[in-house]
Design a protein around this ligand. Structure first.
Ligand code: SF4
Ligand code: SF4
Length: 167
């Protein structure tokens, strides 16, 4: 049985007030590529409903469905007739899962790649040479020194080392 966590409910609504405008029309779920790929198991409309209701246990502890399935393509946000900022709440949910150390290994690896290279998916030599042949512009990575300062201030580096959880 789902239990309402009133503190979580308050936090979610304070985080993004647009959620309260959701009238559960399902336009987001109809357009979501992940809903299609998972036969509706991943359902943004339902996640929004459960977030508004404050179902902390289901969304954060059980991760049912996994919030990491959302690719942040923003299709749901573009089409929502009520201008609900769905991905904002999905990011809050992911951040809360991260703080509990409940993150798929692939995301930890991407975080580490950003920490080391300033980019989530570093370019291989062959990609760079193909880009050059095609006359594409030279890629400049984000300034690593600046990123490291942000990672340090936000303790992202420390959290990554512990798989997202408390050390
Ligand atoms: S499209 Fe917008 S209003 Fe409709 S269910 Fe999704 S979030 Fe709610
Ligand atoms: S942003 Fe996430 S929830 Fe929204 S349509 Fe894309 S994959 Fe689906």
């Amino acid at each position: 049985m789902n239990v309402i966590d009133f503190e979580f409910r308050k936090e979610v609504l304070q985080h993004n007030a647009s959620l309260s405008y959701c009238f559960q029309c399902s336009t987001c779920s109809s357009a979501c590529p992940m809903a299609l790929l998972t036969n509706g198991k991943y359902n943004p409309r339902k996640i929004i409903e459960e977030a508004i209701l404050g179902f902390h246990e289901k969304l954060i502890e059980q991760q049912d469905p996994s919030p990491w399935l959302c690719s942040t393509c923003q299709k749901c946000v573009e089409l929502c007739p009520q201008k609900v900022e769905l991905t904002e709440i999905f990011t809050l949910i992911k951040n809360k899962c991260f703080e509990k150390g409940r993150v798929p290994e692939a995301f930890i690896a991407q975080g580490k790649a950003i920490l080391d290279n300033g980019i989530a998916i570093p370019y291989s030599k062959s990609i760079l040479s193909r880009r050059e042949k095609l006359g594409l512009p030279v890629i400049t990575n984000a300034p690593l020194d600046e990123l490291k300062k942000i990672f340090h201030r936000t303790q992202f580096d420390k959290k990554l080392a512990t798989g997202g959880g408390e050390s």
